[in-house]
Design a protein around this ligand. Structure first.
Ligand code: FES
Ligand SMILES: [Fe+2]
Length: 427
């Protein structure tokens, strides 16, 4: 349970809020690269942490992320013309380059120098791993570019999607940390889902009462779920939580790795990013086809939008019959929408003053503490938060059998490092 103040600190991310300041110290997944496919393509509205922005790719392919509203009389530059190395406001023709600098005010004589004094707020936007990343913090604090494994493998080795989630980022992310819901919410999906394949782990998963152990890592947390295996051994499924909003799901067999990011749009909405990647080989057509069709951790969207086809307005196409007949535990189809439906059902911002936590919520408790600690350290001493360093981002999840007397963090130490071009340790 949290106090109202703690809940506000953790959930509110607008400019000037403590968490907003913390999150702005990281590179933020802002758009799929495919949303700005070529030079001079249409600009895209982007809302991040309650800031309304517009992104565009100029004639030379340079990326811009600037205030959505024109410095003249405040109309949306989404309506603008993206031409000749700048975005031109369609109202009176003021034009801006990718840095937000106004480069032309047609009504004023060029020699007046007026346009030089006009500038839009702008942020750095870079392309990496199929994603456009924004940095919205103080320029002098900009961290190295992200080196999360999925963002550094060749394009052929990765599939990334994003979907709108209509609730605060924290409760969505807490769903990703909370491994204990898998045995319930996703109960009937585990054994028929394509990414489980015919992994040997299926036999261990029969142990339906995993024990959870959570330990701190440099990047965030390691969440170990332990099940009984052969004599004297445990089967460990180890999830990575990487600050501030990434998880990596433990793999099954030879399948690709999967992971998520939860990025606040505003306090009541976030984007849930879902990635699959294999560090050592291209994804096969047999793997990609279901991902594109919205299976596994991805989801079917309303064409032309990032809103899921099954959403709060249609009760997520809940199938009570499937629920009654034991074909689906929750009645909602697909893992990602099972998560979305249940997380959104707690309200736009969950009231954590009314929750009652149990031992399996330990990962969530530790993640909140870690975030609050980082907020305090940034506020008090200006300490940059954890996991901005490439070394701390080059990590993986693993599924591994270890002797019972070996601590999982030690036994799996090498398996948890993202060594380039090597397959994940996975059973
Ligand atoms: S409002 Fe943009 S040019 Fe006038
Ligand atoms: Fe889930």
């Amino acid at each position: 349970m949290l106090t109202k103040e703690q809940n506000d600190t953790l959930t509110l991310t607008g400019p000037g809020t403590p968490m907003g300041e913390l999150l702005r110290r990281y590179w933020v997944p802002a758009l799929l690269a495919a949303e700005l496919p070529q030079p001079d393509c249409p600009p895209v509205r982007v809302k991040l942490m309650s800031e309304r922005l517009v992104a565009f790719r100029d004639t030379q392919g340079r990326l811009g992320l600037v205030d959505e509203f024109c410095a003249h009389r405040g109309v949306s530059l989404w309506f603008g013309r993206n031409e000749e190395n700048g975005l031109r406001c369609p109202y009176h023709g003021w034009k801006y380059d990718v840095t937000g600098q106004c480069v032309e005010v047609p009504s004023e004589p060029a020699e007046s120098g007026f346009c030089k004094r006009m500038r839009l707020k702008s942020y750095r936007l870079v392309e990496r791993g199929g994603v456009l990343w924004a940095y919205m913090g103080p320029p002098q604090d900009e961290p190295p570019l992200p080196e999360l494994e999925w963002a550094t493998v060749p394009d052929t080795h990765r599939y990334v999607s994003k979907r709108l989630q209509e609730c605060n980022w924290l409760q969505a992310m807490e769903g990703g940390i909370d491994s204990s819901h898998v045995s319930f919410l996703h109960k009937f999906n585990l054994h028929n889902d394509s990414w489980l394949g015919n992994a040997r782990s299926a036999q261990y998963l029969a142990d339906a009462r995993p024990q959870f152990e959570v330990v701190e890592s440099d990047a965030g947390l390691l969440i170990g779920a332990r099940r009984n295996a052969e004599d004297g051994h445990y089967y460990w499924r180890i999830t990575q939580w990487i600050m501030p909003w990434y998880t990596i799901i433990p793999p099954f067999g030879t399948a690709s790795l999967g992971g998520h990011a939860w990025v606040p749009i505003d306090d009541e909405n976030c984007f849930t990013w879902s990635m699959n990647w294999h560090p050592a080989r291209p994804l096969t057509e047999a793997e990609l086809a279901p991902m594109r069709a919205g299976k596994g951790i991805h989801c079917e969207l309303i064409p032309g939008t990032f809103r899921p086809r099954a959403n709060r307005d249609n009760d997520y196409l809940m199938d009570r019959r499937a629920q009654q007949e034991g074909r689906s535990f929750s009645g909602i189809d697909g893992i990602s929408l099972q998560d979305a439906s249940i997380q959104e059902s707690a309200g736009r911002i969950q009231d954590r003053t009314r929750e009652n936590l149990v031992s399996t919520d330990n990962g969530i408790i530790m993640a909140r503490r870690r975030l609050l600690r980082a907020v305090k350290a940034l506020q008090a001493q200006g300490t940059p938060p954890p996991a901005r360093e490439p070394l701390h981002q080059r990590v993986r999840s693993a599924s591994i059998v270890l002797p019972r007397d070996v601590a999982f963090k030690e036994g799996a130490r090498e398996a948890l490092v993202a060594h380039p071009d090597t397959a994940p340790v996975s059973i």
